[in-house]
Design a protein around this ligand. Sequence first.
Ligand code: PMP
Ligand code: GLU
Length: 397
Amino acid sequence: MILSEKAEKIQPSITLAITAKAKKMKSEGIDVIGFGAGEPDFNTPENIQQAAVSAMKEGYTKYTPASGIAELKKAIMKKFKKDNDLKYDENQIIISTGAKQCLTNVFAATLNSGDEVIIAVPYWVSYPELVKLSDGIPVFIDTKKENDFKYTVEDLKAAYSEKTKMIIINNPNNPTGTIYSKEELEKIADFAREKDILILSDEIYEKLIYDEMKHVSIAGLSEDAYKRTIVINGVSKTYAMTGWRIGYAAADKDIIKLMSNIQSHTTGNPNSIAQYASVAAIDGEESQIEEMVREFKRRRDYMVDKISKIPGVSYLNPKGAFYVMLNISETFGKNIDGVTIDDSLSFSEQLLEKEKVAVVPGLGFGIDGYVRLSYATSMENIKEGLDRIERFILNLK
Ligand code: PMP
Ligand code: GLU
């Protein structure tokens, strides 16, 4: 039988696949170190758990409005005002089953067949696949390490065509940890205005920033940028709530209306209990986040220091999120037990087989020559995992 040709072309999420594989190996008693997971290793803070328990006890276990409960929308509106000086009304907000569903809704609500969406490489794995699911065409910009893996307006001009409908900006970035400055964002916003295209700004790592960097939302730069930007955010990373599946988007009310209509058929409301828990998260104390950020920074500092001492590899110091891109291109052509490392996939496979360390091959992010290491894992794991990576590299002939 011929199944959907479109679906046949969609690759599974490699980040989730590697995370699942490492977890499975662990459950089988294999001493595996997982650098794959893009999820905080901390448990969800106690007050958020309590809010979920109360919600259940008070009977908030029924359908809610499809686009989310008013209490959570209000907390999100307050957050946008406080953190980003952005003023949204309730009809400009949608709450979904993770930022992933928000993204799926955005593309479904804005793209027509053949519309092009500009994406920077390396990209987070799901963007191209989600664009394709909505009959859009991903158009890639190869960014350079020398430019901190950021695209410039010149890059955007080269990628632009009459069919360009949207540019994606992921700030802070997964997988590189790069952060765009206000001046860079202003130039991008001017370009979008000139060409009259939409901006999708995925800001899910907004609060995971180090070295006194400041997050700037492109939507806040001008009235025009505000109108053409769809901001994506969520509770997964900031509050260690990946499993609760709550993400949100803010945009022009006409876009949010279409997204809500779509969601009302695909899933209906996101989980009611998780929505009440998210009110406690977003309205809660910032100190919990600060503690996590301090710990992530400590781990990042250890990681980059250790990597700098391993011969034959290099990295870009990440300024946000919780990933390091490790440049392993110098290992290509070398052998281990008769197997040649010829790309980031074979490097990752051999590393898992020989040293039981799981990393994500750069190929999953559209770039070979790199693997991604997540430091959302304990310091103990980081130390042991990096020692193993060092041994692996030293054993290559
Ligand atoms: N955007 C980026 C850049 C991410 O890394 C993730 C992590 N999964 C998401 C969106 C989706 O997050 P979630 O669906 O858990 O809200
Ligand atoms: N975003 C995380 C990552 O990049 C979680 C996995 C996923 O959602 O694909 O690892």
